[in-house]
Design a protein around this ligand. Sequence first.
Ligand code: IFM
Length: 455
Amino acid sequence: MGTFPNNFIWGAATAAYQIEGGSRIDGRGACIWDDFCDGPDNCVGATGEVACDHYHRLEEDIELMKQLGLKAYRLSASWSRVLPDGRGPVNQAGLDFYDRLVDGLKDAGIEPLVTAYHWDLPSTLQKELGGWAHADLPQIFADYASVLFDRLGDRVAYWLTINEPWCIVDGGYFHGIHAPGISDVPLGYRVGHNLLRGHAYAAARYRASINGTGQISLAINGGSRRPASDEVADVEAAERAMQNFAGWFADPAHYGDYPAVMRQRLGDLLPDFSTEDRLLLTGSMDYLALNYYTSDVIQSAPGNGAMELEVVAQPKLEHTEMDWPIVPQGLRRFLCWMSKRYPSLPVYVTENGAAMADVPDEAGYVDDQDRIAYLRDHLAAASDAVADGVDLRGYFAWTLMDNLEWSLGFSKRFGLIRCDFGTLKRTIKASGHWYANVIRAGGLEPTEIETGVVQ
Ligand code: IFM
């Protein structure tokens, strides 16, 4: 088993809507998740109005990051906190919050990685323009991102434009289970297209800006797609599934267009990029930012959808509270597949973690050995990928603290730190202490690797 390179960046990640709260104060405008969670059946009764109240507790939270020994922290900015209507005048109080956060992190020796858009579109843009379906959204997004680059870019060296465009389309536009709650497949592909254009425009603006000396990318969620058998049809179906999943967004952001198999099979559902858009997209990722939770097994299924495949259940594997099979070696395969298809880009795992059925003791302490096992086995798989030649430079655990898991409200806990949503008290879990040791040691102890399972 391999180890991790020197200067490996050990981090943890969060997102604005999931932790900040303070949704109606200091000039913040509403976002589509505020609206979505107002719908009685959408977020199991939860809203982001308070969440972890990070907006009022950022000093305390940075102190906790220091206790974990984090080298980096991935945060996202709330667009409607910075620009309440999505465009127009800047809300200085909102921008000041991120300025203080970045300063606090730098003072603590923690490298900030800032995501400009983690799903919380300003409501006004949804109501007035129809959100990301509108052809002008990419430019409006780039204008917003530039406000962040100008104000924070002197201290922030790592940027992500957009988090998980696949999830935005799949949850928000194919299945209607995420904001804005629409089920319209052709519209979803248009939205995906505009997300890619928005990423490209923002990346170009960053690189042209005075602060544009760092690295910028977009976070792609994915996993491996293993064939159910050695049959050629299954092997080809699994490869199609990979290209249709991670390749959907990574191919355009690296090569300037969708994978050929998507063009062939989806036809008119995929809009064309203009020549200018292709040029801006090509090479628009300075690094691969990969979010990983689980992997699928795929078999060929002639006639089943455009991709003619189906997912085979993996009942023998343990599942997390999200009902996602636990497949550590899928991370290794995913990292290898991505770095082969998009060579010469450094790789960061920008999210990885597990929702578990945490049971706190009376003091709020959680002895989450199941989460430790998940993280340990995934880190072992990541170190295998390093040994395979993947240029892996960092890993961000999802997530720093329990938070609002979107339409599942506060019912799913992924945190290294427990947040009591009644009192807002934070308590570092066993997994947080364990991760602090990993960071201190620069990797897993050999004895821990030996206990890892292989899937
Ligand atoms: O909580 C989410 C995060 O916002 C995006 N990636 C997946 C996580 C777990 O579902």
